[in-house]
Design a protein around this ligand. Structure first.
Ligand SMILES: [Zn+2]
Length: 392
């Protein structure tokens, strides 16, 4: 293997990356992979050990003679605090530095009450969950909120359901109690990240996640990374119009957005217009499970309209898998058959050749997993590790 030129000498952050991925787990490996001299490797390893980011594993295989000391990423060298907020429920957790849940709880919260009420409640819950681990340093915070988020600024924008959140910069509020790196994203984006990391990573790194619930939203994973767009508004699939929607006014002011004709809200409205007594999405799901023909037909019509928009997205993005999640995805059969029918008719042959359309496998925990990875990807990146002030 050619040695790297001196200009590309690996930093401590890059060495950590090699250890985390298992690419190089002994000092000799690191020297071989990076071309660093023995003293240079030793300097970087010592720094990572001092900072508690790695530990030495003496449990090496004993085959006579002294095995080289293995270096292991220290997943318990700190914790991240995460919360995935929905309209009426929040999943709140403490995770280790590998993204595994150490403690989780869910909470009934009305996000409409606004950040002044909701954020202190979330932070109190983190404190409760942290109760048993006061010694684990908090390394970062991640939140998913049901609003469009200007990612770099951590600021909510044109809130999807809650006006009281419009234009709120969340990180400064959290930083008063947890002065660590804080990341905020749209709820569907964090669910897409969670679904990808936990189920599809390395196997399907181009994934379109569509949440069909009270509203329709999507998260796009392209080449293994979430696609946020210039400011964070990518994935707003709900406000793409469909043909022949019937002239329904969407809450965004346009006509026949797929959200206004195919969301759970729209399906309930259509069923009620036919004189059916359905109050909640659960009622609708029960009717589908019971094989009610009229409900199945309304769901399938909604799915065909959703399919039109998904077909365009498939042409544009060529995902390996489209994952349907959210409450309406509980009616997976009529939903997926409607979507599949239109996608295979309307998308290009190459984009659908190996396309899978699947149901979300992670359920309510997806947002938590996604939030944890969103934070860890940032705080453990070589750039972030190298920017950390050297302690004496
Ligand atoms: Zn709209």
């Amino acid at each position: 293997m050619p040695r790297r030129p001196a200009a590309a000498l690996a930093t401590s952050g890059e060495v950590l990356c090699l250890i985390r991925t298992g690419e190089a787990v002994t000092r000799a490996d690191i020297g071989r992979v990076t071309g660093l001299s023995r003293p240079a490797v030793s300097l970087r390893v010592t720094e990572l050990l001092d900072r508690g980011l790695i530990v030495e594993d003496s449990e090496g295989p004993s085959t006579g003679g002294r095995p080289p000391t293995r270096l292991v990423f220290n997943a318990s060298g700190g914790v991240v605090l995460v919360a995935s907020l929905g309209a009426s429920r929040a999943q709140i957790a403490v995770c280790d530095l590998a993204g595994h849940e150490l403690a989780r709880t869910s909470l009934d919260v009305d996000v409409e009450e606004g950040p002044d009420v909701v954020l202190p409640l979330v932070m109190d819950t983190w404190d409760d969950l942290l109760g048993d681990r006061p010694t684990s340093p908090v390394r970062g915070v991640g939140l998913g909120v049901p609003a469009t988020v200007e990612f770099a600024a951590g600021r909510t924008e044109s809130a999807r359901i809650m006006a009281s959140w419009t234009g709120v910069a969340v990180p400064p509020i959290i930083a008063e109690r947890f002065p660590v790196p804080i990341f905020l994203d749209n709820d569907v984006n964090v669910i897409a990240i969670g679904e990808h990391r936990a189920v599809y990573a390395g196997e399907a790194d181009d994934l379109l996640f569509i949440k069909v619930s009270t509203r329709i939203g999507s998260g796009i994973i392209a080449g293994g990374e979430i696609l946020r767009g210039a400011l964070g508004a990518a994935g707003e699939i709900g406000h793409i119009p469909v043909r022949d929607g019937g002239g329904v006014l969407c809450r965004c002011g346009n006509i026949d957005c797929v959200d206004s004709v195919a969301s759970g809200t729209a399906i309930l409205r259509d069923l009620r217009a036919r004189g059916r007594d359905v109050k909640t999405l659960d009622d609708m799901v029960s009717l589908v499970r019971a094989g009610d023909a009229e409900t199945m037909s309304v769901v399938r019509d909604a799915a065909r309209m959703l399919g039109e928009v998904v077909a365009s997205a498939v042409n544009l993005l060529n995902p390996a898998v489209v994952v349907l999640g959210g409450d309406v995805a509980e009616t997976f059969q009529p939903m997926v058959s409607g979507v599949r029918e239109v996608v295979h008719r309307r998308s290009t042959a190459l984009s659908t050749r190996n396309l899978r359309i699947e149901r979300s496998r992670l359920g309510p925990g997806a947002g938590i997993v996604g939030c944890a990875h969103m934070v860890l990807d940032h705080i453990l990146s070589p750039e972030a590790v190298d920017a950390f002030p050297r302690s004496g």
